[in-house]
Design a protein around this ligand. Structure first.
Ligand code: SAM
Length: 214
């Protein structure tokens, strides 16, 4: 998702109390931000933020961090929080490329990573840019706790199958998976639909999901 450039977005994000500037991987950084030691769950490529905002509203005892590369997209999530009567205290946003994750989280600091409808990068020569490539899985390996999980949803069959093949290459275990999330009573329990999920399931596309761990 890349919205038209919005010139004011950079300034609004730099000033927003919901967006963390100059994050660091110092061990106490996130404890100080949230003023607690609750588990940290992150969503990478959160887009306009519907999914993580709802998660944070439902689970105040988890610290959520939404990560998005483009300010023009993140701005929409910030505006959603501004419109709420009470923004969840357990939610913050980071504007950054996921390539730099190890600069903002210390080893084992994250308990869960969500990837929703990640960009497919269909050309083979761009495979390493896919957020489920073995290169990104190795990055997640560095920041995820030993019992941590990775949850991935997409409607893109090629990307899903590619991701299933990458897991063992990077020494991950496939804990559960479905080729039709919305018809799978167990995996669909408490499912929160993302923006893209609503859009693509309305077109009749099945949604694929897996949960993986090390
Ligand atoms: N997750 C949302 C959903 O399901 O509705 C948005 C999906 S959209 C197709 C993918 C998002 O991931 C885009 O907003 C894009 O800017 C972001 N993104 C892609 N690569 C990224 C990266 N390396 N680091 C951070 N965000 C990234």
């Amino acid at each position: 998702m890349r919205l038209r450039n919005i010139p004011s977005a950079d300034g609004i994000i730099a000033e927003s109390p919901f967006c963390i500037q100059n994050p660091s991987s110092c061990p106490d950084f996130w404890k100080n931000v949230f003023q607690n030691e609750n588990p940290i769950h992150i969503e990478i490529g959160m887009g306009k933020g519907d999914f993580i905002i709802q998660l944070a509203q439902q689970n105040p005892d988890i610290n959520y961090i939404g990560i998005e590369k483009y300010t023009s997209v993140l701005l929409r999530a910030v505006q959603k929080l501004q419109r709420l009567e009470a923004a969840p205290a357990c939610l913050r946003f980071l504007c950054m490329d996921a390539e730099n994750l190890s600069e903002v989280f210390s080893p084992n600091e994250v308990s869960r990573i969500y990837l929703n409808f990640s960009d497919p990068w269909p050309k083979k020569r761009h495979a390493r840019r896919r957020l489920t490539s073995r290169q990104f899985l190795s990055l997640y390996d560095q920041i995820l706790s030993s019992h941590g999980t990775l949850e991935f949803k997409t409607d893109n069959k090629l990307l899903f199958d590619f991701s299933l093949e990458e897991l063992p290459e990077a020494h991950w275990n496939l804990d559960s998976f479905t080729y039709d999330l919305h018809q799978d009573a167990q995996m669909n329990q408490n499912n929160i639909m993302t923006e893209y999920e609503k859009k693509f399931s309305a077109l009749g596309n099945p949604i694929y999901k897996f949960i993986a761990s090390r």
